[in-house]
Write a protein that binds this ligand. Structure first.
Ligand SMILES: [Zn+2]
Ligand SMILES: [Zn+2]
Ligand SMILES: [Zn+2]
Length: 399
C-alpha cells in the first residue's frame, strides 16, 4: 500500500493543475478538450506496456484462469468455479488491470449464470434485505450506525459481497465500527502483517445522507467501496510501474474505477438496492493525482453517468416503497428489473440527468433541501422530476 505513495513522493510526479471538475459533465468537457488527447495507458490501448518486463521487477504475475464447474448451477446452466486469486508458487500477485478485467468477467453475468456459491451468497443478501427492508428504505434520524447495523451483520454482508463479486471471502478481512478513522475519512482500510485487512467505518457521520436519511443504504455503499479497496490491496501487485495510474496511492485509480463502475450496476440488478460508492467524489477528492487527465477511453469505461441513474432509481424506489407498491422479495426484484429494463427511459434520464445533476449541485445533497420551491409546491428537484421523469409512476402504486 505504501509503495506507490513512496514512489510518488520520490519521483515527484506531476500533479493535475486543472480545476477540480464540479460534476461528471465538467469532467467530460475537460477530457474532450485535451488537444492533443493524451494516449491511453490502459491494458487494452497499450498492451505492450503490460507485457514489458520493465513494467515490474516481479514479472511474471499471477494469471487468473476460469474453469468450468463440472456440475450445473441450480438453474441448470453451466457456470465457472470461483477462480484462484493467488498462488504460493507465484512471485507476484495479479497485475491490477488483469485482476480488474477478470473480476468483471466473473461477476457481470445474468443471475441465472452465477455459480451455486455466488447464488448462496446472493440468497443470504436477499434474506438480509427482506428482513430489514423497511429499515433500509425508511429514513432514520438516528445516526448511531452501530445500532442500525451491528458489527457482525456488517461483516456478514461483507462476506456475501466478497463471495458474490470476487469469488471468495477471507478470514483475514475484518470489519470494525470506529469513533475515529484515519485522515478524518468516513471509512479507512488498515493493513496489518499478522491479522490482515480491517475496514474501519465511522459509527456516526457528520455529513448529510446521500439517500435522504436512509443511512443503511449509505453504509452499504461505503462498505462496497471499501470491499473493492481490500480486494485490490490483497490480490493486486502494487510493485508495477503501471500501478501508479491503475491503483494510485489513494486506491481510486483506473482499476478500481473499472470494477466499481460494473459492480454498481450489477449490485442493483442482483439485489434491487442502489449503492452509491462515491466514485465521482473519489476523483474530486484525489484530483491532483489524476494527471494526466483521464483518457477518452477511460472516461467511457468508467460510466460515471451511472451514479446519476442510480440516484433516479433510488428516488423512484423510495416513492414506490412509501406508496406500498414495493414489498419484500419478489416485488422489489420486479420493480428493479422493470425500472432498469426500460432502455428508452434510461436514455432520456441519462441525457437529461446532466441537467438534474446540476440542480442537485446547486441544492446540495439529494433531496436534502427543499428550496427553492418549485411550481408543484414540492422542492425544485421534485418539480423537475415530476415534469421530466415519471418512468414507472413511482409513488402512485402502479408497479
Ligand atoms: Zn484505454
Ligand atoms: Zn507487478
Ligand atoms: Zn476509497
Amino acid at each position: 500500500m505504501l509503495i506507490p505513495l513512496i514512489k510518488e513522493h520520490i519521483l515527484k510526479r506531476s500533479q493535475q493543475k486543472l480545476p477540480v471538475p464540479e460534476d461528471f459533465s465538467d469532467l467530460q468537457v475537460l477530457v474532450e478538450a485535451q488537444n492533443p488527447a493524451p494516449p491511453c495507458t490502459c491494458d487494452t490501448c497499450d498492451p505492450d506496456l503490460y507485457r514489458s518486463v520493465t513494467n515490474c521487477y516481479l514479472h511474471p504475475h499471477f494469471r487468473i484462469k476460469f474453469e468450468k464447474d463440472s456440475t450445473k448451477n441450480k438453474y441448470g446452466n453451466e457456470c465457472y468455479l470461483p477462480p484462484k486469486l493467488s498462488s504460493s508458487t507465484s512471485i507476484a500477485n495479479a497485475e491490477a488491470m488483469h485482476l480488474a478485467r477478470q473480476t468483471i468477467a466473473y461477476f457481470d453475468c445474468p443471475i441465472q449464470d452465477l455459480n451455486n456459491t455466488q447464488l448462496a451468497a446472493l440468497a443470504a443478501l436477499h434474506k438480509w434485505r427482506d428482513t430489514r427492508l423497511s429499515d433500509i428504505l425508511s429514513p432514520h434520524p438516528n445516526t448511531d450506525f452501530h445500532l442500525l447495523i451491528p458489527e457482525k451483520q456488517m461483516r456478514d454482508i461483507l462476506g456475501c459481497i466478497n463471495v458474490l463479486f470476487f469469488g471468495r471471502d477471507s478470514c483475514m478481512f475484518h470489519f470494525r465500527w470506529a469513533s475515529k478513522v484515519a485522515q478524518d475519512a468516513e471509512a479507512h482500510t488498515q493493513e496489518h502483517a499478522m491479522t490482515g485487512f480491517t475496514i474501519k467505518m465511522l459509527r456516526a457521520l457528520p455529513r448529510q445522507s446521500r439517500f435522504e436519511g436512509r443511512w443503511m443504504l449509505d453504509l452499504l455503499g461505503t462498505l462496497v467501496h471499501e470491499a473493492v479497496h481490500v480486494y485490490f490491496y490483497a490480490y493486486a501487485c502494487h510493485r508495477c510501474r503501471s500501478a501508479e495510474e491503475n491503483l494510485m496511492s489513494h486506491g481510486h485509480g483506473r482499476a478500481w474505477q473499472l470494477v466499481t463502475a460494473r459492480l454498481e450496476r450489477c449490485f442493483v440488478r442482483f439485489v434491487g438496492l442502489p449503492v452509491d460508492m462515491g466514485r465521482f467524489s473519489g476523483i474530486q477528492g484525489n484530483w491532483a493525482y489524476f494527471y494526466p487527465t483521464p483518457s477518452r477511453h477511460d472516461f467511457s469505461e468508467w460510466r460515471l453517468e451511472n451514479e446519476v441513474l442510480t440516484r433516479f432509481y433510488a428516488h423512484d424506489l423510495f416513492g414506490a416503497f412509501e406508496a406500498g407498491a414495493v414489498k419484500r422479495g419478489i416485488k422489489l426484484d420486479e420493480f428493479a428489473k422493470e425500472w432498469w429494463n426500460i432502455e428508452s427511459t434510461l436514455e432520456v434520464v441519462e441525457k437529461e440527468g446532466k441537467e438534474y445533476y446540476r440542480l442537485l449541485r446547486r441544492n446540495q445533497d439529494f433531496g436534502a433541501r427543499r428550496k427553492p420551491r418549485g411550481k408543484s409546491g414540492k422542492g425544485l428537484e421534485d418539480d423537475f422530476l415530476v415534469r421530466r421523469f415519471r418512468p414507472l409512476g413511482a409513488g402512485e402504486g402502479s408497479c
